[in-house]
Design a protein around this ligand. Structure first.
Ligand code: ATP
Ligand code: MG
Length: 436
């Protein structure tokens, strides 16, 4: 046998029956996005590396260490493009919005889903290929649309039965307000430089705000005693923040204000928020979002405000599993038992009619060992989860009938039905999908 080739480290296969969870979540998300009037957008996985350098920031872990970036082969002019697999999708969405002038006739609400790539240390809730679902509202100044996005996320948790997520909120104000805060923040950390870890020291002058979201417990005290950005906000920024809070309050959405909730880059401003859980260890952020009013300009577009969030599909599904939420598994309504290959033409024609009528029908197909015994076929029918077995036996077929045997609810009940009426009967079946 040839040597085995395995998947790339940190990149997962999503297999049945687990893939049913993904389909379940995707269907709920698609429906919900429609209810909030967000339209789907699909951008390429590969983009110019420069897009992410500008769109995420040069001094971020993602761009410095985690991006799958490479030089493409040269084209016929000897030019090679620097390309990267998207580590997130906001930059790609903004690029597409600019490139296609999507804001020409007013603002846009967009959503996406798909794989993202970051070369991180693989562990529970942290993979090298992972998936995000994201929503972006572009051209709206907020805070009403900020609130809408948070309400949308909260509605999703409700729709999938998640109860163990809480909302944390902060405001980053505007760049000028942050500049004031930054000076005092650096002074504070310089005063306590002995308490900073390697990363902290490195960020002290490049990106001191990021020190605040350290995951190092040893730095808890020095971070908690740091000057709070909120105290540096002017009247307009505070009004925006309070506007958001008022809408959340009116909708009964609970939140805590977390002054350590930050983003390290200058184009982020005003609202930042995260939905977090304690049930996934240190990978507790399931959804992160906020305003990025200056990003569109940064990427070369005409100034327009924007806000959005992205959730980690793996983490959300892990939490769904953790909570023991019951997911409907896809099962056939009927399973065709075909004792003799001679019956196949009729069996398949009949199953086609059932499927045309919306019935989920699984046919028993031959393996290298043939069709198998009547008994083994029934075992397969049972294991498929189907509510009924249809037996295409020679005797029944000769009379223009099939045998219908109930497999669930005690099972055993058996009748015969005319082939010609089978589709009409089957279409009335209540699909009895058992839960996993
Ligand atoms: P974290 O602090 O957990 O590294 P992040 O700040 O890098 O997250 P974002 O870039 O804001 O995350 O992405 C939004 C969401 O995507 C995260 O809240 C998380 O749920 C998910 N996510 C991010 N990186 C990964 C990963 N490597 N594997 C799985 N999910 C991820
Ligand atoms: Mg990260």
């Amino acid at each position: 046998m040839a040597e085995k080739i395995n998947a790339v480290k940190g990149m997962n296969d999503i297999l049945p029956p687990d893939s049913a969870r993904w389909e379940w979540l995707e269907a709920i998300v698609r429906d919900l996005m429609g209810r909030y009037a967000y339209r789907n957008i699909r951008t390429p996985i590969l983009e110019q590396t420069a897009l992410f350098v500008r769109g995420i920031g040069e001094v971020t872990d993602i761009v410095e260490k985690e991006m799958y970036a490479f030089e493409d082969r040269s084209d016929k002019h000897g030019q090679a493009e620097h390309l990267a697999m998207r580590p997130e999708n906001t930059a790609g969405v903004v690029r597409a919005v600019i490139e296609h002038n999507l804001l020409y006739d007013g603002p846009r609400r967009l959503w996406y889903t798909g794989p993202m790539f970051r070369r991180e240390k693989p562990q529970r809730g942290r993979y090298r290929q992972f998936h995000q679902i994201g929503a972006e509202a572009l051209g709206f100044a907020g805070p009403d649309v900020d609130a809408e996005l948070i309400l949308l996320a909260a509605a999703l948790w409700k729709a999938i039965g998640l109860t163990d997520v809480r909302l944390e909120l902060n405001s980053l104000g505007q760049p000028a307000e942050r500049a004031l805060h930054r000076t005092q923040l650096i002074a504070h950390f310089e005063q306590h430089a002995d308490k900073l870890d390697e990363d902290g020291k490195r960020r002290l002058h490049s990106n001191p705000l990021r020190i605040l979201d350290t995951k190092n417990p040893a730095m808890k005290e020095v971070v908690e005693s740091a000057p709070k950005l909120m105290d540096f906000l002017g009247a307009e920024s505070l009004a925006h923040f309070n506007g958001l809070r008022a809408i959340l309050d009116a909708n009964g959405v609970a939140y805590t204000i977390n002054p350590r909730l930050v983003r390290g880059l200058d184009y982020y401003n005003l609202s930042v928020f995260e939905f977090v859980t304690d049930r996934l260890g240190s990978q507790g952020t399931v959804c992160a979002g906020g305003r990025y009013d200056d990003l569109i300009v940064q990427i070369g577009g005409k100034a327009a405000p924007a806000v959005g969030w992205a959730l980690g599909v793996e983490r959300v599904l892990e939490l769904v599993k953790e909570q023991g939420t019951q997911i409907p598994l896809p099962v056939p309504d009927v399973y065709a038992v075909v004792p003799d290959a001679a019956a196949m033409p009729v069996a398949l024609r009949t199953l086609q009619q059932l499927r045309d009528a919306g019935v989920r029908a699984q046919m028993h197909a031959a393996t290298v060992d043939g069709l198998g015994s009547f008994k083994s076929q029934f075992k397969k029918a049972d294991a498929s989860g189907a509510a009924h077995a249809l037996v295409f036996g020679a005797d029944e077929l000769a009379r223009g009938e099939v045998t219908v045997k109930a497999l669930r609810d005690g099972g055993g009940a058996q009748t015969t039905r005319p082939l010609a009426e089978l589709a009409t009967w089957a279409a009335t079946l209540q699909s009895s999908a058992p839960n996993n």
